[in-house]
Design a protein around this ligand. Structure first.
Ligand code: SF4
Ligand code: SF4
Length: 183
């Protein structure tokens, strides 16, 4: 089920993937068209979308819907057309604003260190290979967003549960390390 916190780009990608795996059809539109749409959506969800992607899908969808031989191919065309009718802006934002409003596409998530939980142990700083964490002992550490590659290592090593990921709503964190309050 899709709810308010569902990402429509990600949801459409999953549906297209499911439908293209379900068919053995090799017709040009059902097979190649579906592959093209799948590739475009995958790139969008990986933060690698291009400005022309949405209009390309808008052109491809009705062709699949009317020309694919298999039902799955036609269903892909229909799903893409209907999704773009209602959620084109949300999908466009992944490309133009580098934003996944629902916060579900992993490539768009940001990492943050909570002041209320960080004990300043330095484990995340040691684990980060991208120079994306600032800190010193007993200070709340801070993620430098422009350097972060979303590798997840800081979150895995933190013994205090102080590292969190966020989508559109970001937790408030200091711009530079401050003395720890958490023990
Ligand atoms: S997610 Fe990876 S790159 Fe980003 S701050 Fe954590 S360890 Fe560093
Ligand atoms: S975020 Fe976690 S691992 Fe990093 S200094 Fe704070 S408590 Fe230690």
């Amino acid at each position: 089920m899709y709810g308010a916190d569902s990402c429509m780009a990600d949801a459409l990608l999953s549906l297209v993937d499911e439908l293209r795996r379900a068919t053995e059809c090799t017709c040009t539109f059902g097979h190649e068209g579906a592959y093209q749409i799948f590739t475009i959506l995958s790139d969008i969800c990986k933060r690698k979308g291009h400005t022309e992607d949405v209009s390309l899908m808008r052109d491809l969808a009705p062709v699949l819907e009317s020309q694919a031989i298999c039902e799955e191919g036609r269903a892909i065309g229909r799903a893409v057309r209907q999704t773009l009718e209602h959620f084109a802006q949300e999908i466009e934002d992944h490309i133009g604003k580098k934003l996944c409003a629902a916060g579900s596409c992993r490539a768009f998530q940001t990492y943050h260190i909570l002041v209320s939980k960080c004990i300043g142990c330095g484990d995340c700083l040691k684990a980060c290979e991208d120079d994306a964490i600032l800190g010193k002992p007993k200070f709340v550490h801070v993620v430098v967003q422009k350097n972060c590659t979303q590798c997840n290592k800081c979150l895995e090593v933190c013994p205090a549960g102080a590292v969190v990921t966020a989508g559109a709503q970001k937790p408030k964190t200091p711009p530079k390390p401050i003395p720890c309050k958490a023990k």
